[in-house]
Design a binder for this molecule. Sequence first.
Ligand code: HAM
Length: 425
Amino acid sequence: MESIKAPRGTRDILGDESWKWARVLEVSRGVAADFGYREVMLPIFEHTELFSRGIGDTTDVVEKEMYTFTDKGGRSITLRPELTASMMRSYLEHDMNRAAQPAKLWSWGPMFRYERPQKGRYRQFSQIDFETLGSPSPLADVETIDASMELFRRLGLSNLQVLINSVGCPECRPVYRETLKKFFSDRINDLCETCQGRFERNPLRILDCKKPGCRDLTGLAPSVTDSLCGECGAHFDAVTSGLSRIGVSVSVDNRLVRGLDYYTKTAYEILAGELGSQNAVCGGGRYDNLAEAIGGPHVPGVGFASGIDRIIITMEGQGACVGDEPKTDIFVIAAAPDAEIDAAALAHELRASGLSADMDFMGRSLKARMKQASQCGALYACIIGPDEKSSGSVAIKDMRSGEQETLPMSSAAARLSLAIGERAR
Ligand code: HAM
C-alpha cells in the first residue's frame, strides 16, 4: 500500500523551522504591544457568505480559491482565506464600535487558498494580521504601514520595497473603471485570455497582470491618481507625506490594485527580492466599505497581513539573524544500569530549578550518550557512573572546555544554575 503524504500545497513545519516561527510570533507580539494592538483569536471557518460578500464575488479568492463545503447541518462553510473579513465580523458581533475608537486588533494563524503551489505559495499558509477598525484618519494608514515596517526591521529584514497606491472610493472608482475600459477597448486583442475575461467584470485587475504583453499595455494606461475625487486625493497625499515625515520610503505604483475587492483609498504591498515570483511579503490597505458589505454600519478600517512562511524564506535568503535555535542546557547520563532512575530524578530537579535538561532512555551506550549530549548543544553533561552512584555524587563535564568535577548530587542543581547564569551574562 502506498504511504499517505501531506496534501499538495501543505507542509509540515518541523523542529528545525518551528523555532523560527516562535521567534517571528514573539517579535510580532512585541510590535503589537508597542503599537497598542490587542490579540484576538478567531474561528478557522466562517459562513461562506462572509467572504463572498466581504472579499467580493468576482475576485480570484472567492471565485476559484476557497475551500468551501456543506456541513452536516446543511450550512455553507469556508475555511478562512484571510482574516480581515473575520476581524470586521468579530468587531461588529461584539459591538466594539460602541467602545472608544479605533479598535486595534491583531491575530495570526493558518489560512487556506486553493492556489497553484510554488515557492512561497501554499494552499495552507499562515498570516500575521493587524487591523485598525473605526478610524478614517490617514494617520491610521501611516501607522499601519509603520507597524509592518517595524515588524520587518525587528526581524532583521532589509532591502524591502514598499509600493503604495490609492484605489479610490465608490465615487471615483467607477469613473476610473470607465476610463480604463475605454483605454483597453481598442486593445482588447492584445490582452491575455484572463485579462480579456477581466475586461467586463473587473477591469482594474488587468493592471495587476504580470504577463509581459499585458504589462506593456498597462504601463501606458491612464493613472488612477488622475481620477481620484478630492477626498481620496487628499487622503493619499496625507498618507504619503506622513510616511515621508517618519522616514518610511515608499514608491507610488499606480498599477497596484490588490486582489481583494474591499479596498478603498490606500493599497500597499511590501516586496522582497528573495521570494522570486511570489514576492509580496506583506499586503494591506484601507477598506472603508467592508463593514457595510457584510451587513453592518459604516466602519472605516485599515490593516495589513504578512505571510509567515514568506517572512521566513526572506529571513533565510537574507541571512537575517533572529538568534539561534534554543539548546538544551544539560544532558544527564546514567553510566551504570542502576543509575537510570537517579539520572531521571536529577533531570527532574534541574528542570524544576529553571534549567533545560534532557536524557536518553533508549538504553544507549555511554559513548552514544556523550555524542547525544554534544549533538543537542548541551553546555554540561551530568554523568552518574558506579562510583557516583555509590557516593551520591555526580560528575559534571563542561562540554566546551572538557573540564570535569565531581559534586554531591544535592548541590548539582544550584551549582549548574549559577554556572549557566554566569555564562548568559
Ligand atoms: P493578501 O495580499 O491576499 O492580503 O495576503 C497577505 C500576505 O499573505 C501576502 O503578502 C503573502 O505574504 C501572504 N500570502 C497570501 N497568499 C499566500 C499563499 N498562498 N501562500 C503563502 N503566503 C501567502 C490579505 O490577505 C488581506 N487580508 C490583507 C489585509 C489586512 N488588508 C487589510 N488588512
